[in-house]
Design a protein around this ligand. Structure first.
Ligand code: PLP
Length: 388
């Protein structure tokens, strides 16, 4: 058994490999039937009329904001405890990100703080379903509705999740999924916009394909008529074929991930220094990563040393997520500073993402948790004695 346990690893079987080979042999490598089929599968999974396949989750978020006409002078509300793409997409259209602090339990946008952040300039809300946890979507959607603001779900980490009986991706005006290799399903690179809004879907289809006229999306008449500013955000047939094969195994993969999360929780339950992820009883989490938090007595330096220690013992580990507002580019551009979002900062400084992928076996889980135990004990011994 190799000693190295990676943080994540894609689950690729012969089915995916065969699907790619078939596309190669078909001669149709882009804009074809697989993209359409993959769009239908994702849309169906989250009760939506339309799926629009794109080249990445980031591209999907960008297209939705652009298609909604959001631009310079507008504000878009999101959270800082996320992957940087949740906010970069706002900058792509020239708008300004406004970060709302998070709920300390489910780590998503705190609905109590959302209302206070809404101004006359607010033009949209991007609610991130962090680590695959769709908590609070009904209250966030209600606030969006009350203020007549489009709600966009950044569901890039949450495919297959369910909140109060409704699938992730079904809330708000549109939702976006991502298929990078560490996500629940992968296409190598890829993303998907889902929506019930015909006009929005049409605009996104046109804009992902160089702004070609709506209704001339395949290479025929009108192919060189560009009606609006567009991009090349298309998904290849190769990627879509992998996506179809992965979607056929989605439920199996989600239950495998749930099983691994349960095994971790069982093993870590008695570690007094850890705060384990919790899932509301009315929520089915789609496990994206397995992130534990250190209790308040740990500093972020100690957390960083634990990450280094785990890595030194061939256990993949990461600090998901350093707050977006404290990234060098955001500090410089917007003047954000430490203290702006106290809960986000306190939580982000004590997270540990542990290895999490479908083929993680019980021995590897034991290795991870025992190594973590040693690292925690090490930190305690390194602390200056309080004289008690
Ligand atoms: C992965 C991710 C994205 C971006 O997806 P890409 O396909 O990598 O562009 C956006 N938002 C969140 C929250 C993500 O985790």
């Amino acid at each position: 058994m190799p000693s190295d346990i990676p943080l994540s690893s894609p689950d690729i079987t012969e089915a995916e490999i065969k699907a790619v080979t078939n596309v190669m042999r078909s001669g149709r490598l882009s804009i074809g039937p697989r993209q359409v089929r993959f769009e239908e599968m994702i849309a169906e999974r989250c009760d939506r009329f339309h799926g629009v396949a794109v080249s990445s989750g980031t591209a999907g978020l960008h297209l939705v904001l652009a298609a909604l006409g959001i631009g310079p002078g507008d504000e878009v509300i999101t959270t800082s405890f996320s992957f940087v793409a949740s906010a970069n997409c706002i900058l792509y259209v020239g708008a300004t990100p406004v970060f709302v602090d998070i709920d300390p339990v489910n780590l998503n946008m705190d609905p109590d703080k959302l209302e206070a952040a809404i101004t006359p300039k607010t033009k949209a809300i991007i609610a991130v379903e962090t680590f695959g946890n769709p908590a609070n979507m009904d209250r966030i959607a209600a606030a969006a509705q009350r203020h007549e603001l489009p709600l966009i779900e950044d569901a890039c980490e949450a495919l297959g999740g369910v909140y109060k009986g409704k699938p992730v991706g079904s809330f708000g005006r549109a939702a976006v999924f991502a298929f990078y290799p560490n996500k629940q399903i992968t296409t190598g690179e890829g993303g998907m916009i889902v929506t019930d809004d015909d006009r929005l879907a049409d605009l996104c289809r046109s804009m992902r394909n160089q702004g070609r006229a709506i209704g001339s999306q395949t290479s025929s008449e009108g192919w060189l008529a560009h009606e609006r500013l567009g991009y090349n955000y298309r998904m290849s047939e190769l990627a879509a074929a992998v996506g179809i094969a992965q979607m056929e195994r989605l439920d199996e993969m989600l239950s495998r991930r749930r099983e691994i999360a349960c095994q971790y929780i069982e093993r870590l339950m008695d570690y007094a220094d850890l705060i384990l992820p919790t899932v509301d009883s009315d929520t089915e989490m789609s496990w994206f990563v397995f992130v534990v938090r250190l209790t308040d007595q740990y500093t972020s330096k100690e957390r960083d040393r634990i990450i280094t220690g785990l890595r030194r013992h061939d256990v993949g580990c990461s600090n998901y997520f350093p707050p977006i507002h404290l990234q060098p580019f955001y500090r410089e551009r917007f003047g954000f500073k430490q203290g702006d979002l106290p809960i986000t900062e306190a939580i982000a400084s004590r997270t540990l993402a542990l290895p999490f992928f479908n083929r993680l076996d019980p021995t590897q889980i034991e290795l991870v948790t025992l190594t973590l135990q040693v690292m925690l004990q090490r930190e305690q011994l390194l602390r200056p004695s309080t004289g008690e």
